[in-house]
Design a protein around this ligand. Structure first.
Ligand SMILES: *[C@@H]1O[C@H](CO)[C@@H](O)[C@H](O)[C@H]1NC(C)=O
Length: 299
């Protein structure tokens, strides 16, 4: 594994030397010249998918609360949309769960199989022991990626930034997009009170959310979602500055009433929007409708 990654780094360096930038950066900037690359991608889909009705897409809150989710009641994980306003104080503990995995260029990523049926071949190619914890984690991720999408949702596991860009833009039906991730300006801030200084609502509820997976290399598990999204600035008691992306699920009708969010907030599904901040490794894609021009729409 170490050898393989060392090889990859050399590969990346060589490519970098020739092109003066990583291929993913070049691809991003050629496709999305007006969309800054979010911090989460500094660490990783098939084109041709097009949805014209995202309003039926609601994929959250399907699963019941597990014990591990009910951890520390003094830390805010879920909150109500009405509580999201400048001057509000909330207690958060921003932690980063995964470190940045090696990002593969699309050509390389595409040359490695990505399916649970080919796990033995994958492990052998990456020199990973079949009975290792890492092999078990990879198997779990592959199986999750192969789960059928729920009604109205589109899902895709992207093994390169290039394929994530293609999936997100084709799913949103435009290349005029915002790609946002939560950024925290200190490495490991303590659990503390944050005061919200600014709240900006995104002009649309069509989103693609991509989660970084802890695979052998960078993999983004992306899915479409309908939620109100906000850019939120806040400052911690110790001065930590956070630019966060919040997603508020407005249509919680039909969601599992046993979900931890309803328990913690003491509300019933379908009554009020429920919000959460996206983890730092997530990327939230949304159409940039403020400056959209019909020419930029992908048809
Ligand atoms: C939030 O905390 C700040 C700093 O401790 C305090 O000045 C402010 O009054 C608090 N706001 C509310 C709404 O409690």
């Amino acid at each position: 594994m170490a050898l393989f990654l060392a090889f990859l780094s050399i590969f990346a360096l060589t490519v970098g030397a020739c092109h003066a930038a990583l291929p993913a950066d070049v691809y991003w900037n050629s496709v999305l010249p007006n969309t800054p690359i979010p911090s989460a991608i500094r660490h990783v889909i098939r084109s041709g998918v097009f949805v014209d009705d995202m309003d039926s897409v609601c994929a959250f809150f399907r699963y019941a609360a597990t014990q591990s989710q009910i951890q520390d009641p003094s830390v805010t994980v879920f909150f109500l949309e009405k509580d999201l306003h400048p001057g509000a104080n909330m207690t958060f503990h921003f932690t980063r769960t995964t470190t940045g995995a090696t990002l593969l260029a699309r050509e390389l990523a595409d040359s490695i199989p990505f399916s649970s049926a080919k796990l033995p071949e994958i492990l052998s190619r990456l020199s990973i022991a079949p009975d290792s914890v890492q092999a078990e984690t990879m198997k779990k991720i592959l199986l999750e990626c192969e789960e059928p999408a729920i009604d109205g949702e589109i899902r895709y596991c992207a093994t390169s930034v290039e394929s994530m860009v293609d999936f997100s833009t084709s799913s949103l039906g435009t290349r005029n997009v915002e790609a946002l991730s939560t950024t925290v300006d200190r490495k490991a801030p303590p659990k503390q009170v944050y005061t919200i200084s600014k709240v900006q609502k995104l002009p649309t509820s069509k989103l693609v959310v991509c989660h970084s997976e802890n695979y052998a290399y960078a993999v983004f598990h992306c899915h479409t979602a309908c939620a109100e999204a906000y850019k939120v600035s806040m400052v911690g008691k110790d001065g930590t500055k956070v630019e966060a992306v919040a997603a508020c699920h407005t249509d919680t009708d039909g969601f599992n009433p046993e979900h931890v969010a309803f328990k913690v907030l003491n509300v019933k599904p379908g009554t009020v929007p429920i919000c959460q901040f996206q983890p730092q490794n997530d990327i939230v894609w949304s159409p940039n409708t403020l400056s959209i021009s019909p020419l930029e729409m992908v048809v």
